[in-house]
Design a protein around this ligand. Structure first.
Ligand code: N01
Length: 548
């Protein structure tokens, strides 16, 4: 810890109101809150800047109707405090957005985090001063502070991406974005609505909007596999089982590729079952526990093909109009080659008289006019337009900030071709700048909460190490970074499912072989490699000793 800081802290407590911090954190979602908690626990003066007017990151902004997590809440939650995990009660196995946001606010209150978080403060620039080994951080209100270390907890899914459709700004009705939904209640009662996008967010809000709208047009470019949501409440037995086995299960999660504990010793899934019988059980259960029925067999193309056919059958069974059903069948990828979507009553929605599927796979939207959407010379007149078109994922939130590292090199220039990091945590030429779940880590391919917690612990250990060894700065070595990105690409290309992916909207694609932003080798392998680097005295990193 900085000596001056230390003194300041001893007399004044945490250096709130000061313009010099040990660490500045950008973002107050799951990552930013835990990072703040851990840093403060060790006495580092820390400030969090949050652009929104409330904490919660993605779970604050994505308030669209139907928003819900596809990972069980008992696992999509912090493990760092046993008291927290024993005391908190989840009402549903797969929590809805409001409950997750309540949880994050509860964590912030319980650990008294809010006092070090500045809301409504968007970081606009971060400049590294090599002589002082310090970052200068500026916000949109021209607040300027300095910090020895910066931690980017900006999230992978936080910057909305509008589709490039002509005339979007001409539309006279309301435009809503799933990625940044208004806080006030939005009513679609009696209104003509169009939703563009049938990814994870679109398929969750479509059934909800259909319940209210006078008419709903679903503009679908690429159909996805949509598994029913498991909406079961958390019952006492299930909760007790989890709470008494938390330690063991949390460590099993870290040893799994997806960071998820699956109960494979499941009595309902007998050994001699047919795949169809397994599938029926999985479909009834819903959620991502769907995968448990196939016990890791999803690396096999035959089973992917079988499940694909069975889901196609299911869609044909649910959707009464056969032409409509055919249009909803995913056609460009097999099940298991892309993260499936999870939503309640999705396919049933298309049996409603007030819902029209507009399939644009062979065409494009001509333009948006003042009154609606023009497709193939037909105008769909609407009052409200919902953009469920996804995010400028992974790097958008980092590149929105003017980040200048060693010799004023900018991150925007550095990443103009593709993002490059070492382990998704550090970037060559950007000393003392850490990224939680940065590009090159297993983003979105695993449960993000254990990934976040492990990244935070790695960063804490690193900062402690630098301080105890009188080291001024750390950054990725170029050759270490190149080797890591080559490995990321190699793993992507080795996986059978990479060939099924396509380069479109990156945020809903797991593997993008040409410039893969995600490490696809599993959370367990990733964490082992992170651990190895630390154990070997930060090999692949350049450490600069403090001059006396
Ligand atoms: O975004 P997306 P999302 N014209 O990018 C379409 C997480 N998440 O917000 O596929 C017409 O997946 C686009 O079509 P296409 C999860 O990690 C999790 O839904 O490019 N259509 C696609 O249908 C997910 O991966 C949960 O052909 C256009 C859609 O818009 C990530 O968030 C819930 C278009 C975008 O889908 C992002 O999901 C929600 C155009 N010009 C989100 N441009 C859970 O945990 C784009 N599209 C359950």
């Amino acid at each position: 810890m900085d000596k001056a800081m230390n003194m300041q802290q001893n007399t004044n407590g945490v250096t709130r109101g000061s313009d010099a911090f040990d660490v500045v954190i950008v973002g107050s979602g799951f990552a930013g809150l835990f990072m703040l908690h851990e840093l403060r626990k060790r006495g580092y003066s820390t400030k969090v800047y949050e652009a929104a007017d409330e904490i919660g990151g993605t779970w604050n902004l994505n308030r669209y109707p139907g928003a819900r997590c596809d990972i069980e809440s008992m696992q999509y939650s912090y493990s760092f405090s046993d008291e927290l995990q024993q005391d908190w009660h989840w009402s549903e196995r797969f929590a809805r957005q409001p409950e997750i946001l309540r949880y994050l606010n509860h964590v912030a209150d319980k650990f008294d985090l809010n006092k070090d978080i500045q809301l409504n403060a968007r970081v606009t620039s971060m400049v590294y001063n090599e002589n002082q080994s310090k970052w200068t951080i500026t916000t949109d209100h021209n607040n300027r502070v300095s910090a020895k270390y910066c931690v980017m907890a900006t999230g992978c899914l936080s910057v909305a991406r509008d589709p490039k459709i002509a005339g979007l700004d001409q539309f006279k009705g309301n435009v809503y974005r799933t990625t940044n939904w208004p806080k006030n209640d939005v009513s679609f009662i009696g209104r003509r609505v169009a939703v563009i996008g049938t990814g994870a967010s679109g398929v969750q809000c479509i059934p909800m909007i259909a319940k209210q709208a006078a008419h709903l047009y679903v503009i679908q470019r690429t159909p996805n596999f949509v598994i029913p949501t498991d909406t079961k409440p958390v019952d006492a037995e299930y909760e007790k089982d989890w709470k008494s086995n938390y330690n063991q299960r949390r460590s099993q999660m870290l040893q799994s590729p997806g960071g998820i504990f699956y109960d494979y010793d499941d009595d309902a899934l007998r050994v001699n079952m047919t795949d169809r019988e397994r599938f029926e059980i999985a479909w009834q259960r819903g959620g991502l526990s769907f995968f448990t029925a196939f016990k890791g067999r999803l690396t096999d193309n035959t089973i992917k093909q079988t499940i694909t056919c069975l889901i196609h059958e299911k869609i044909r069974e649910i959707v009464r109009d056969p032409v409509l059903a055919a249009a909803l069948l995913p056609y460009d990828h097999l099940f298991g080659t892309k993260r499936p979507c999870v939503a309640g009553e999705y396919y049933d929605t298309f049996n409603l008289k007030n819902v029209t599927l507009v399939d644009i796979r062979h065409t494009t939207i001509d333009k948006i006019t003042a009154k609606g959407i023009l497709i193939d010379n037909k105008l769909y007149e609407i009052d409200d337009l919902v953009l469920a078109t996804g995010f400028d994922a992974v790097i958008g939130s980092l590149l929105n900030i003017d980040i200048q590292g060693r010799s004023k090199q900018t991150l925007r220039e550095k990443w103009s071709i593709r993002p490059r990091t070492l382990l998704g945590i550090m970037i060559a030429d950007f000393p003392n700048l850490f990224t939680i779940t940065g590009p090159g880590s297993p983003i979105n391919l695993s449960n993000m909460i254990p990934h976040i917690e492990e990244n935070v612990k790695w960063i804490i250990k690193c900062i402690d190490y630098l301080n105890t060894h009188n080291i001024d700065s750390i950054e990725a070595k170029i050759d270490g970074q190149n080797a890591w990105m080559d490995h990321v690409d190699l793993v992507a290309s080795q996986l059978s499912y990479s060939a099924d992916s396509f380069a479109g909207n990156d945020s809903n694609i797991l593997i993008k072989p040409s410039s893969c932003m995600r490490y696809a080798g599993g959370l367990h392998n990733y964490l082992n490699m992170c651990e190895k680097v630390t154990a070997n005295g930060y090999e692949k990193f350049f450490l600069l000793k403090r001059s006396k």
